[in-house]
Design a protein around this ligand. Structure first.
Ligand code: TYD
Length: 204
């Protein structure tokens, strides 16, 4: 969908900081944008988020709840904003389900794609900004700064490595991915993201 941008990456890659940089840039250049996140973004999806991140459940149930939250988010926030001609920037989306549930949890792409088919209604991002950083480095950064990790963050190192490998596999075969090599200097990374989005003609 035109104007729909998603940010993806492993835990601790600095996604939130980069989302703030982009928000600032769009505001300063007068481009109207809505910033949102998954799981969440609407009151119902935020409630589902609480369930997913705090309760024990099977991988299949987890995938179904992410899809349910996504369905409400698309219908009540993402599609209405895109229809008004706004840029929508979402922190995580279907590629998180593919990297985490299909690859790392081992459900497979077919399962996750089928589970999401009706929720998505073909509402796919025009670009996925993937923040690429050595997964063990980003995971160490995350572990160092977070006092209380949620259920998914608490998974072992191997799980987070599998998530990273999942993203790399997705990036290789999907044109929607813009792989951004992260730099120690956050401003350099922000510049790379803005340039890549401009080059695709999504922002100006
Ligand atoms: P959050 O605190 O938002 O993580 P982050 O700050 O890293 O974005 O928690 C979301 C967690 O849910 C995160 O560990 C990734 C995971 N997730 C999935 O496993 N599947 C999904 O489809 C989505 C959207 C998120």
């Amino acid at each position: 969908m035109k104007g729909f941008i998603v940010f993806e990456g492993c835990e601790g890659v600095g996604k939130s900081t980069q989302l703030r940089f982009l928000e600032e840039y769009l505001k300063e250049s007068g481009q109207e944008a809505v910033f949102t996140r998954e799981p969440g973004g609407t009151p119902l999806a935020e409630e589902i988020r609480q369930l997913i991140l705090t309760k024990q459940m099977s991988a299949e149930t987890e995938a179904a709840l992410f899809a349910a939250a996504r369905c409400d988010h698309i219908d009540n926030l993402i599609l209405p904003a895109l229809r008004e001609g706004k840029i929508v920037v979402c922190d995580r989306y279907i590629d998180s389900s593919l990297a985490y549930q299909a690859y790392a949890r081992g459900l497979g792409e077919d399962f996750v794609c089928k589970m999401n088919e009706y929720a998505l209604k073909n509402c796919m991002p025009e670009a996925v900004v993937f923040l690429d950083m050595d997964p063990l480095h980003s995971w160490r950064r995350q572990k160092g700064k977070v006092v209380e990790n949620d259920r998914i963050e608490k998974e072992a190192d191997e799980f987070h490595l599998a998530v990273y490998k999942g993203y790399k596999a997705l990036a290789e075969k999907n044109e929607r991915f813009l792989c951004i090599q992260t730099d120690v200097d956050k401003n350099v990374t922000a510049g790379r993201i803005i340039e890549a989005l401009k080059k695709r003609g999504i922002i100006s």
